[in-house]
Structures are given as structure tokens and as C-alpha cells.
Design a protein around this ligand. Structure first.
Ligand code: ADP
Ligand code: MG
Length: 238
């Protein structure tokens, strides 16, 4: 049961709206009365707040979406400083990213909540170390996948490649979301139709470009209002 309400959110690329959709999913699950947490296997890129605490905007977004229950928890076992590919960020800090450590951190959160929304890092096959990638992490977690398609030129190919990778690892695709980026792509509806005709998993919604006052600054978390806006355009998988 918990497995059907927890999701692993992947995307066609980095910067396609995974965090926006993950935060919105957390809100939708909370509306069902569930206690929900967010989780990220690894983040790369931190900033300092006014008190000198090292923060990451994805984690702050997931934390805010989940509410006070997750404030004190470790939502990510590896918070790396540089905004570069995770295994490279880890290398520069003389750290090796270990799948076992990620799974332990995940299980700890998973055992405490009714549902967990895991946001992947980058695209589906981002490497963790010389042996493992994010796809391996998703496979071990075994959660249904939600694919976020950032609607821009090239996204049809990226979406179909990702679906093939998911299928080759026998991962169930619970649904896919079309996210309009800052610049709406020309003929977006024709592109969505092309994807609907080629992806058998359910289409969960089209998130429009965020209204200007809800758009976020680089290196800042989303506002709750931005997540609520996205949630209004998103259906939970059945
Ligand atoms: N629907 C949207 N409208 C406007 N800007 C968006 C939208 N979705 C994402 N963005 C912008 O694109 C960038 C990447 O979004 P994010 O959710 O962080 O993606 P990811 O988690 O895949 O890296 C952010 O700067 C965000 O503000
Ligand atoms: Mg993100």
C-alpha cells in the first residue's frame, strides 16, 4: 500500500521541473490525509543562509512541502557543494557515493511516513560512482516512477529514451507530467499529443508556466504558492 503512494520522480533532464512536481505531489498526497516526506539520494549545489547554514534549494522545497514533521530529518544523505554531476562533486570532496548508504537513509524515512516522494538527481541514468547510477537506486527502492517531461525542443526523444530505460529495468511507470518551462515551446499541445501517442503510462497533467509572481530565483526554494499552483494542474496516479 505504501508502495502505491510513494513515488520516484525522474525527468528527461536536469532543470525540467522535477522539484516542482515532487513538491506538488507531496501536497496532493498530504491532501489525502497522509503523512508524507520528501527524499533525495544526493544533491549537488549548496548556498549559505543568513546564519551560515549550508542549504540546498531542492531539499528546502521538499521540506517545506512536507511540513513540520520532516523539519529535523535527514532528507538527503549526500549534500555536496558544487553544482556539477554528483559523482564528480563527490570526487572533488574525496567522497564516494555509496548505494547502501542511500538505501539506509531512504529506509529510515520510509519507515516513518505513510508515503515518500523521492526526487531523482538529474536524468535517470546519472552516475553515482564507477558501478552504480540513479537507475540502480530506483530499482532497489522499487517505487512506481513518475516521469517529468520538460517541454522544450528535443523532449520527445528524451522522454522516449527514458521510458525505454525504465522499461528495460522493469520499473513501473505510474504516469508522466508535461511541465511548461519558463519559455513555453511552440506548438506545445502537438508535442504533448505526440508523447501521449507513444507513452502508454497515464498522462497526469500539464503544468503551465508559473505566473510571474510565483517564479523562483536561482538557488532559492519554490514558494508554497508555486507548489500549490502546480498541484492544481496535476493528478495523482490512480
Ligand atoms: N512551470 C514552470 N514555470 C516557470 N518556470 C519553471 C517551471 N518549471 C520549472 N521552472 C524553472 O526551471 C528551473 C528548473 O526547475 P526545477 O523544478 O528545479 O527542475 P529540476 O528539479 O528538474 O532540476 C527552475 O529555475 C524553475 O524556476
Ligand atoms: Mg530538482
Amino acid at each position: 500500500m505504501k508502495k502505491n503512494r510513494s513515488f520516484f520522480v525522474t525527468g528527461t533532464d536536469t532543470e525540467v521541473g522535477k522539484t516542482l512536481v515532487s513538491g506538488a505531489l507531496i501536497l496532493k498526497l498530504r491532501q489525502l490525509g497522509l503523512q508524507v516526506a520528501g527524499f533525495k539520494p544526493v544533491v549537488a549545489g549548496t548556498y549559505l543562509d543568513d546564519s551560515g547554514n549550508k542549504l540546498n534549494e531542492d531539499l528546502e522545497t521538499l521540506r517545506m512541502a512536507a511540513g513540520p514533521l520532516s523539519f529535523e530529518l535527514t532528507l538527503c544523505p549526500y549534500v555536496l557543494d558544487q553544482p556539477v554531476a554528483p559523482h564528480i562533486a563527490a570526487y572533488t570532496q574525496a567522497i564516494e557515493l555509496e548505494s547502501v548508504h542511500i538505501q539506509e537513509a531512504f529506509q529510515k524515512i520510509y519507515s516513518q511516513f505513510d508515503a515518500v516522494v523521492v526526487e531523482g538527481a538529474g536524468g535517470f541514468l546519472v552516475p553515482l560512482n564507477d558501478h552504480d547510477d540513479l537507475g540502480d537506486i530506483a530499482q532497489t527502492m522499487g517505487l512506481p516512477i513518475i516521469l517529468v517531461v520538460g517541454m522544450r525542443l528535443g523532449c520527445i526523444n528524451h522522454a522516449l529514451l527514458t521510458c525505454e530505460a525504465l522499461q528495460s529495468r522493469h520499473l513501473p511507470i505510474a504516469g508522466w507530467v508535461a511541465n511548461t518551462l519558463f519559455d513555453e515551446m511552440p506548438l506545445i499541445n502537438k508535442n504533448i499529443l505526440a508523447l501521449k501517442n507513444r507513452i502508454s503510462a497515464p498522462f497526469l497533467g500539464l503544468i503551465p508556466t508559473l505566473p510571474k509572481h510565483l517564479q523562483k530565483f536561482a538557488n532559492a526554494p519554490y514558494s508554497l504558492e508555486a507548489l500549490e499552483f502546480a498541484a492544481q494542474h496535476l493528478n495523482l496516479p490512480r
